[in-house]
Design a protein around this ligand. Structure first.
Ligand code: BGC
Length: 474
């Protein structure tokens, strides 16, 4: 296997060109190679490891789909009750709400014979709202909806609404979903185990806002729907943003848990909630001390361990942990860590994207970021920090692809489009090319196309509402 493993070296940019990390470090860094390498090596995953992860994800998917095994499964594989993809004939005006990170959006979506026109407004969700009471959170959402309706001259209007709520939910039907647990820094009280559609309806009643919720949707499902609207070969939705998750169209026969209608179409979209992969200890062998340190400062300790190795909320902090380790060994900043960099979360995930976008020889962007953080920025420091960012994001791209490889193999399709949304995937310069490369390695038998979803969660929620309206003739 050694030669194949070599196809997955860690790459860094030197003089604007990509070089193998190991070659560069052995030759150019005049410090204890072993220590810099050992930190980077801990973040390295070879092809064997990825194939292994893929196998474990596959077993967890089967476990999650099984009626008897689901209870103990960490990858929950929630059936969504979304069973038909759009066929282009959806028409009408819809509202969509999109809650899943630090921003909340309200949208007005107009579907006209395959064309989509959208108006939307973004509202910031303050940390106090994310971590306060559920009642305040839903009141805030209702207030934003009311304000948006007013601005659009649609006050009092009762359009069908799709609610994208991007947290792990057990669906009780298309328009009812109970929150299983919060993720991504949310902890609003009184919401876990409650039907979020009901909480929203109650808040709208309190605020005198009309509401007609047709569907509660995960962002992955919204993304799949919006990409399937443009490409009928799209059967998987993927998010790599603040959090990560995937969904795909599964045959009903495979879904032992299914308690809905067993008629045509004999399929349903499964919201995998793969971020929880590893929460039962199954990926401890690939987690590093940096991952463990990061976990300690999160609200949901010991949870969403796969997500915490992949998504935008966490990559900056993992990098900071690796940087601190090297500084402690006096291999960075001459051993001095600035007060700024000592602060948890001080190294933002956005820095990784910015640093890796910069192909200049002297890493001007990295240098500027280190300056902002009041850190020493010698050429060597800059090179090492760039290598850390590269190792952290490469590992994330590999892990996502290993998870997707399990999905692709499970579906058994030879050609397939995967709809993708999320800031990390969109803005990080190497995520997409790395995923392409690793996909070809892990599933050479399939032709997989990644399709960037433009506004998947909002548009998708409206499309789901539209398909439901079309099918029920409501
Ligand atoms: C949530 C998922 C969501 C994903 C991407 C995760 O933290 O559990 O429901 O799809 O983030 O937003």
């Amino acid at each position: 296997m050694a030669s194949r493993v070599e196809q997955f070296p860690e790459w860094i940019q030197v003089d604007g060109k990509w070089k193998r990390k190991s070659d560069h470090f052995r030759r150019n860094i005049s410090m204890e190679n072993f220590s810099v390498d050992s930190v980077l090596d801990a973040l390295h995953l070879n092809l064997d490891a990825l194939q292994d992860i893929q196998g474990r994800m596959h077993s967890d998917m089967v476990k999650g789909l099984g009626a008897a095994s689901n209870k103990a499964a960490v990858v929950k594989m929630f059936p969504t009750y979304v069973r038909s993809l759009p066929d282009g004939s959806e028409n009408g005006d819809f509202f969509a709400l999109d809650l899943g990170g630090s921003n909340f959006r309200v949208l007005l979506v107009k579907l006209r014979d395959g064309n989509v026109e959208m108006k939307s407004k973004v509202y910031k969700i303050a940390t106090e709202i994310m971590t306060g009471t559920g009642e305040n959170l839903f009141n805030y959402i209702a207030d934003c909806l009311a304000e948006f309706k007013k601005e659009q001259g649609l006050e009092g209007k009762d359009l069908p609404l799709g609610f994208t709520f991007s947290f792990p939910c057990r669906q009780n039907g298309l328009n009812s979903a109970s929150l299983v647990t919060w993720t991504k820094g949310f902890s609003a009280t009184g919401v876990v185990d409650q039907d979020v559609a009901k909480l929203l309806s109650e808040a709208c009643k309190r605020r005198n806002v009309n509401l007609d919720i047709i569907a509660v949707v995960n962002d992955t499902t919204g993304t799949l729907m919006s990409c399937a609207h443009a490409d009928s070969n799209c059967y998987v939705g993927l998010i790599i943003g603040t959090g990560t998750n995937a969904c795909y169209m599964e045959a009903l026969d495979e879904v032992e848990l299914w308690n809905g209608d067993k008629g045509e179409p004999k399929q349903t979209i499964i919201n995998m909630e793969w971020g929880a992969f590893g929460d039962d200890g199954s990926i401890e062998d690939i987690r590093t001390d940096f991952d463990r340190e990061l976990d300690k400062i999160t609200l949901n300790q010991g949870k969403q361990l796969y997500e915490k190795m992949i998504s935008g909320m966490y990559l900056g902090e993992i990098s900071r942990q690796a940087i601190l380790k090297l500084a402690k060994e006096k291999l960075l900043f001459n051993g001095v860590v600035s007060a700024e960099l000592q602060k948890p979360w001080a190294f933002e995930s956005k820095f990784l994207t910015d640093i890796e976008k910069d192909v200049s020889t002297d890493g001007l962007v990295c240098r500027e970021i280190l300056r902002q953080l009041n850190c020493r920025d010698t050429m060597e420091d800059v090179t090492v920090v760039r290598a850390i960012c590269s190792a952290v994001s490469t590992r994330a791209a590999k892990l996502v692809t290993a998870g997707l490889a399990a999905v692709i193999k499970k579906m058994g399709r030879k050609t397939l489009t995967i709809g993708v949304d999320g800031s990390l995937y969109k803005y990080h310069p190497r995520f997409h090319p790395l995923m392409d490369t690793f996909t070809r390695e892990l599933v050479p038998e399939a032709r997989v196309k990644y399709m960037l979803s433009e506004d998947g969660s909002g548009k998708g929620a409206a499309l789901i509402a539209a398909v439901a309206v079309r099918l029920t003739g409501k």
